[in-house]
Ligand binder design. Structure first.
Ligand code: C5P
Length: 404
C-alpha cells in the first residue's frame, strides 16, 4: 500500500539529466514535453551541470532546477518531495555510470536518490560510447532495470561524440517524448483481459546446421506484448528465435519451427481463452519435406540439387477458424496494393483486423524502429503517421481494448 500523500498537481514529468555530451538534447526534450502540456521539472547530476548550466534548464522549465541534496531550504528532504511530485521520471540522457548505479540502488546524488525514492514509472534513454554500451556490466544493468519495469528507449546507431561509430547515440527526441507521454497517460484498460501473441521468424531446418528463415526481428510483437502487459493484460507470447529479451510482465514460450509455433499457440489458446489473439510472427511458408538427422555433406549432391518443400500450417487461419469471441488481429506486409491485400485477408483468415504495412520503403518495416500502419477492419481503414513501433503498438492496443 502506498503511503504517499501526494497533492493534486498538473501532470509532472521529472526530467533527469546526467553528464554527457548529449545533455544539451535534454533542452529539446523539455520543450517537446511542455508543448504536449506537461509540467517539467529538471533534476541534474553534478556532472551534467558541467555540460549544460542549471540556469538554462531553469529558464526553459520556469522551475527551480534540483541538483544538490538540499538546495531548496523550503524542502529539506528534497529527494522525497521530487519523488512524490513526479508522475513519470525520464532520465535522458542516461550515462553508463548512472545506469549502473540505478541497477544497484546506489543513491549518491540527488538524481539517483530520487530514482530510488520514487514510485513513478521510470523511463531510461541511454547515451554513451559504443564500448561502454556493449560492456557486459552495462548490459546486465539494463536487463535488471527492464526486469524491474523501467521503459527503455534504446539508443540508436550512428556517429558518436567520441568519433566511434556504433550503438550508443541518444534515441530521437520525439521517440523519447512519445514514450514519456505514453507513461504519463497510461491507463489500465487491459486489466482482466488476456492476449495471445505470436512473434518473430520461424526456422525450418534441412539438417542440424542449416535452415530456411527470414529477417523478422520480432520487435513488433514484443512491443505489443509489453504495451498490453503494462496496461494490465495477461500475455502469452509464442516467439520464434529472436535476440530480444522476454518483454516485461509476459509469459513467453520460445519455439523454432512453424509446426512448433502452431502447437504452442494452440495450447496457449486453449488454456488462456484469450480476449484477443495477435499474429505478428513471420512464419516461413514452406519447410523442407525431409529433415536430415545428420549434417548433409556438400559433395553428396553434385553441383546442382533440388530441395523439396512442403507448405507449413497457417497458424492464424487455423486458430481463427474456431475463434469464438476472440478478437483476431493479423498483419500483412505488402509491396503493392497494400490496403486491398489486407482487406482480402480479413476474409480468407477470418480476422477482425488486419494491420497492413508497406515494406517497399527500405527505411521502414523489417529492420527499422519506425513504421506506418493501416488498421483495416470491416469498419474501414485508419492510417497512422510514420511513428516509432512502440507508439504504433500503443495505438493497436487502444483498438484492442475498445473491441474486447
Ligand atoms: O498470408 P500471409 O502470410 O501474408 O499472412 C500474414 C498473417 O498471417 C500474419 O499475421 C502472420 O502472422 C499470419 N501467418 C500465420 N501462419 C502462417 C503464415 C502467416 O499465422 N503460416
Amino acid at each position: 500500500m502506498s503511503t504517499s500523500n501526494k497533492t493534486k498537481h498538473e501532470p509532472t514529468v521529472l526530467l533527469g539529466v546526467t553528464g554527457c555530451i548529449a545533455a544539451y538534447k535534454a533542452c529539446e526534450l523539455l520543450r517537446s514535453l511542455q508543448k504536449s502540456g506537461a509540467r517539467v521539472k529538471v533534476v541534474m547530476t553534478p556532472m551534467a551541470a558541467e555540460f549544460v548550466t542549471p540556469a538554462t534548464f531553469k529558464a526553459l522549465s520556469g522551475e527551480e532546477v534540483a541538483i544538490a541534496p538540499i538546495d531548496d531550504p523550503a524542502r529539506p528532504i528534497h529527494h522525497i518531495s521530487l519523488a512524490e511530485e513526479a508522475d513519470v521520471f525520464v532520465i535522458a540522457p542516461a550515462t553508463a555510470n548512472t545506469i549502473n548505479k540505478l541497477a544497484n540502488g546506489v543513491a549518491d546524488n540527488l538524481l539517483t536518490t530520487t530514482a530510488l525514492a520514487t514510485e513513478a514509472p521510470l523511463i531510461i534513454a541511454p547515451a554513451m560510447n559504443v564500448h561502454m554500451w556493449r560492456d557486459e556490466v552495462t548490459q546486465e544493468s539494463m536487463d535488471r532495470l527492464y526486469e524491474r519495469g523501467a521503459v527503455i528507449v534504446e539508443p540508436e546507431s550512428g556517429y558518436l561524440a567520441c568519433g566511434d561509430v556504433g550503438e550508443g547515440r541518444l534515441a530521437a527526441i520525439e521517440d523519447i517524448a512519445q514514450a514519456t507521454l505514453a507513461e504519463l497517460s497510461r491507463s489500465r484498460d487491459m486489466e482482466g483481459k488476456s492476449l495471445l501473441i505470436t512473434a518473430g521468424p520461424t526456422r525450418e531446418h534441412l539438417d542440424p546446421a542449416r535452415f530456411l528463415s527470414n529477417p523478422s526481428s520480432g520487435k513488433t510483437g514484443y512491443l505489443i506484448a509489453e504495451e498490453a502487459a503494462r496496461r494490465g493484460a495477461r500475455i502469452a507470447l509464442v516467439s520464434g528465435p529472436t535476440d530480444l529479451k522476454d518483454p516485461f510482465g509476459c509469459s513467453v514460450v520460445r519455439v523454432t519451427s512453424a509446426e512448433e509455433m502452431l502447437e504452442a499457440a494452440e495450447q496457449a489458446f486453449a488454456e488462456l481463452e484469450p480476449d484477443a489473439a495477435v499474429f505478428t510472427a513471420a512464419v516461413a511458408d514452406f519447410r523442407p519435406l525431409e529433415r536430415s538427422q545428420q549434417k548433409l555433406k556438400k559433395g553428396d549432391r553434385g553441383r546442382e540439387t533440388t530441395l523439396q518443400l512442403v507448405a507449413n500450417p497457417d497458424i492464424m487461419a487455423t486458430l481463427a477458424a474456431d475463434k469464438g469471441l476472440t478478437y483476431v488481429v493479423g498483419f500483412a506486409a505488402e509491396t503493392q496494393d497494400v490496403i486491398e491485400a489486407a482487406a482480402a485477408k480479413l476474409e480468407t483468415k477470418n480476422a477482425d483486423m488486419i494491420v497492413a504495412n508497406d515494406v517497399s520503403d527500405p527505411t521502414l518495416g523489417f529492420a527499422s524502429a519506425h513504421n506506418r500502419w493501416h488498421f483495416v477492419s470491416k469498419d474501414g481503414v485508419e492510417s497512422t503517421e510514420i511513428l516509432h513501433k512502440r507508439t504504433l503498438a500503443g495505438l493497436l492496443v487502444d483498438r484492442i481494448a475498445e473491441a474486447t
